[in-house]
Design a protein around this ligand. Structure first.
Ligand code: SAM
Ligand code: TMP
Ligand code: ZN
Length: 405
C-alpha cells in the first residue's frame, strides 16, 4: 500500500509509465552502463485527491552541481518572470524594507528583477551550477534545499519574509510537511506564499502525459492544494491560470483567516467539480488516452522511417524522457535532438540515448520532420525556425494528440 505524502491516505495508482531514467541526466557515452532507473507510476489519494508519483527519487540524484536546466533559456519565460517579479514588487513588497525569498531560483531569471528593484532577497538553490549563474546576475543565493531546518535558519538570521515565491519547484518536493513547516516558520504574519506549477486540469485536457517525470512528484489541482493548505494552517486565497509551460496555476496561500479569498478560488474549484477533474474515472480515461497517443506516435515515426524520411527531435526537455522511454523512441526513429542548453549538448538523452546537438545541427540536417519535444515553447520556436516550414519541413506534435503541421 502506498501512503499519500500529504495526508497519509491510500494512493491508488492509475497510470504506469514503466522503467524510466532520471529525466535531466544527459549522459556521456562512458556513463551509459551506470545509468539509474526507477519505476514511474502515478496515483491519486483516495482521501485528499492529491495526484502524486508512487516512487520517490532521492533529491540529490536530481538536483546537484550538474543540473542542466537553465530557466533563462526561453525568451517567453524571461519575460514572464520579469513581469511576475515587477507585479509582486508593486503589490506585496510595499512595506519598509520588505524581504523576498524564492525557492528554486535556478539561474536567477526572476530574482534579478527583484534585486534590481533594491529589495532584500534570498534564493534557495541546491543545484550548484545554476546557483553560480544566479550569483553572477547579482542575486543572493543560499545553496541549500528549502526545508524546515534551512527555513528556520534564515528566519533566525534575516527575519520574516513578506513573500515566499516559487515557480516549477514546489511540485518537485515530496517532503511537503517539512516544506510547509518551513514556510510557516519563515513567513511574516501577513505574508503570502505564492507558487506556480503545471496544472492537472491542463494535463488532463491536453493529455500532456510528458508532464509526468521524476522531478514532477505532484500534479496539483485547486482542490488538492486547498486541502493541503488547510492541513498545514494556511488558506488558499487566490488562483490564477497561466499559459506558460503548457498550462499552470499560480496559487497564493496566506495564513488561515489572514486574507479574504478571491472569487477565482471558488470559480476554479467549481469548474474542477463539474469536470470531475480529480475523480478516478477521469484519471483512468486519461491513462487510456496516453496509450492511444503512444500507439499513434510510434506508428507515425515507424512509417516515416520505413518511407526513408528523416526525423529529428527539437528540445531535449525533461518531459521528452517520459515520451521517448515510454514509447521506445530511440535513434532509429529520431536521429538526434537539438537543444540550446550547453550542458545537454554532445551528450545522450536519458534512457534512449539519442544524441543531443546544438541548434545549428537542425538547419544543417534540414530534416523532413521535426518532432517538437519542447511543445510548450511552440510559438517561440516556430517563430524563430520559420525557414523550416518554408523549406517544406513539417512539425510533429503529440500534445493534445498526434498531428503533423
Ligand atoms: N524556478 C525556475 C523556473 O521556474 O524556471 C527553476 C525551475 S527548475 C525545474 C527546479 C529548481 O528547483 C531546480 O533549479 C532545483 O535545483 C531546485 N530545487 C529542487 N528542490 C528544491 C528545494 N527543496 N529547495 C529549493 N530549490 C529546490
Ligand atoms: P522546458 O520545456 O523544461 O522549459 O525545456 C525546454 C528545453 O528546450 C530546454 O532544454 C531548452 C530547449 N529550447 C531550445 O532548444 N530552443 C528554444 O528555442 C527553447 C525555447 C528551448
Ligand atoms: Zn492525501
Amino acid at each position: 500500500m502506498i501512503e499519500c505524502r500529504i495526508c497519509g491516505g491510500l494512493v491508488e495508482e492509475f497510470l504506469d509509465l514503466g522503467r524510466q531514467p532520471l529525466s535531466d541526466a544527459f549522459l556521456r557515452p562512458a556513463d551509459v552502463d551506470a545509468e539509474f532507473f526507477y519505476r514511474l507510476a502515478v496515483g491519486r489519494c483516495a482521501s485528499c485527491t492529491m495526484v502524486q508519483l508512487t516512487e520517490e527519487v532521492p533529491r540529490e540524484r536530481m538536483f546537484h552541481e550538474g543540473y542542466p536546466y537553465h530557466s533563462s533559456g526561453s525568451s517567453v519565460m524571461r519575460e514572464h518572470f520579469t513581469r511576475t517579479a515587477l507585479s509582486l514588487v508593486e503589490t506585496e513588497l510595499t512595506a519598509a524594507d520588505p524581504f523576498f525569498v524564492e525557492i528554486g531560483c535556478n539561474d536567477g531569471v526572476l530574482l534579478r528583477t527583484v534585486a534590481e528593484a533594491g529589495i532584500r532577497h534570498l534564493g534557495f538553490e541546491p543545484s550548484g551550477g545554476v546557483a553560480a549563474l544566479a550569483r553572477e546576475q547579482g542575486v543572493r543565493v543560499r545553496g541549500d534545499f528549502f526545508e524546515e531546518s534551512t527555513a528556520v535558519a534564515v528566519r533566525e538570521t534575516e527575519g520574516p519574509a513578506d513573500v515566499i515565491y516559487s515557480a516549477n519547484t514546489i511540485c518537485h518536493i515530496p517532503y511537503m510537511d517539512s516544506l510547509l513547516r518551513g514556510v510557516d516558520a519563515l513567513l511574516s504574519p501577513g505574508g503570502v506564499f505564492v507558487f506556480e506549477d503545471p496544472y492537472l486540469g491542463d494535463i488532463i485536457e491536453k493529455t500532456s502525459f510528458d508532464q509526468i517525470y521524476d522531478e514532477h512528484f505532484y500534479l496539483f489541482s485547486v482542490r488538492s492544494v486547498q486541502a493541503m493548505a488547510e492541513r498545514f494552517g494556511f488558506e488558499l486565497v487566490d488562483v490564477r491560470r497561466l499559459p506558460v509551460h503548457g498550462g499552470e496555476v499560480r496559487y497564493t496561500l496566506a495564513r488561515a483567516g489572514a486574507r479574504r479569498p478571491a472569487p477565482s478560488v471558488a470559480r476554479l474549484l467549481d469548474r474542477e467539480r463539474v469536470q470531475g477533474l480529480t475523480e478516478p474515472e477521469t484519471l483512468r480515461g486519461f491513462a487510456s488516452s496516453v496509450t492511444r497517443i503512444r500507439d499513434d506516435l510510434v506508428g507515425l515515426l515507424r512509417s516515416l522511417r520505413d518511407d526513408g524520411r528523416t526525423v529529428v527531435g527539437y528540445g531535449a526537455t525533461a518531459k521528452s524522457a517520459t515520451v521517448t522511454n515510454f514509447c521506445g523512441i530511440g535513434p532509429d526513429l529520431v536521429s538526434f535532438v537539438c537543444d540550446t542548453t550547453p550542458a545537454k549538448q554532445n551528450r545522450l538523452t536519458p534512457g534512449m540515448h539519442i544524441p543531443v546537438r546544438p541548434p545549428d545541427a537542425f538547419a544543417a540536417a534540414d530534416p523532413d520532420y521535426a518532432l517538437l519535444f519542447a511543445w510548450n515553447h511552440a510559438e517561440e520556436i516556430m517563430a524563430k525556425e520559420q525557414w523550416f516550414r518554408a523549406a517544406g519541413g513539417r512539425w510533429i506534435l503529440y500534445v493534445p494528440d498526434v498531428r503533423v503541421l
